[in-house]
Design a protein around this ligand. Sequence first.
Ligand code: GDP
Ligand code: MG
Length: 447
Amino acid sequence: LSDRLTSTFKNLRSKGRLTESDIDGTVRQIRRALLDADVAVPVVREFTGRVRERALSAEVSGALNPAQQVVKIVNDELVGILGGESRALNFAKTPPTVIMLAGLQGAGKTTLAGKLAKHLREQGHTPLLVAADLQRPNAVTQLQVVGERAGVPVYAPHPGIASEAEVPTGDPVEVSRGGVTEARAKLHDVVIIDTAGRLGVDQELMRQAADIREATQPDEVLFVIDAMIGQDAVNTAKAFLDGVDFTGVVLSKLDGDARGGAALSVASITGRPILFASTGEQLTDFEPFHPDRMASRILDMGDVLSLIEQAEKAFDADQAASMAQKIVSGDGFTLEDFLVQMQQLRKLGSMKKMLGMLPGMGQMRDAIDNFDEREVDRVEAIIRSMTPQERTSPKILNGSRKARIARGSGVTPAEVNQLLTRFESAQKMMKQMGRSGGLPGMGGMPG
Ligand code: GDP
Ligand code: MG
């Protein structure tokens, strides 16, 4: 059996490359997953094209089957585009550090200003919030409320808006400049400038944001974008990149249903890193952005899982067929076969870690989680300590043989017995499956 396995790998290796049909089936599923996640169509096209190219030129790995290998390439590419490691804020060498927020109205800038202020304060900084949104009624009051909750002062030279209809007067550029001056005077080491947005991209708004940028020379310009924006992410991000330019992105409303395709769209179109994720209306709903988690979310674990299951099925088809053959022909399911099954389960376990899979994998995940790596080593050691005859006919294992095997594999005789009991129940299951005509699956695997 293991000879058979070796020759399968030899065949793949001698091909040296993954075949187009290996790749295309998997890439098709990746494309569907990305479109489902609302990644912009041109981004999906470019991304899948690049994955296909990389996969075609990839050396065939002995450890992974082709579909698994494509999934790994996809995951690597996704994490790479999303920024690899999470990036932290850049602080100015000479304080104050100026952080300017930009984005459409309703994107979550003001909320983020509060979250960021609270986060920085907790890290020992002394931030100052600056109310430079003089566009919308109540925008200043909203920031004042948020500042109070965060325990951070707000610079607002036009306070006291009495009615919702009243729009504060004043020049947002002057207010921003004043905010930085105020911070310097009062020894605030970070300034967070909350700016105005429009419902759609708008030239006047862009010019205003660019002027604020020019006047305050921010260390970071954070573009805040609603994760639910979907296909519009590309145009909005491009407009802000051209109109204001930004150093980083914050993805807001990630607590919604959106799978977060906007993250991939924006990162891919602008090349700017995503720094934070905003995940709710409370000030504490805020976290550093994790590219690997986002990759999992975009691909959706369910989809990745089904890919791996399919891959695994293809991988096992040969072995399963030869096992079924043995059972039907009366050769029986041996301890060697049992070991191969356990080793496959282990392979699946390391696959899980490699892809950084997180929640929602259901039964398969439980099987993998409950799986003890050392157990495979122990089983392997025990079986390796048996003679070929003992492996095919475990019935002949008497007390002294078991004691010898236990000594040889460094376990207790009781552990040898345990293994034999488990093997017998697996064997029984295999026999039943053989009789019912189905191909045996992987032992100990639900479903
Ligand atoms: P701005 O116009 O860009 O300043 O956006 P706001 O900060 O005023 O947010 C607009 C709306 O979105 C408000 O009702 C916020 O409470 C809400 N909001 C902001 N961030 C989040 C978030 O991460 N999750 C959810 N669920 N709502 C958010
Ligand atoms: Mg606002």
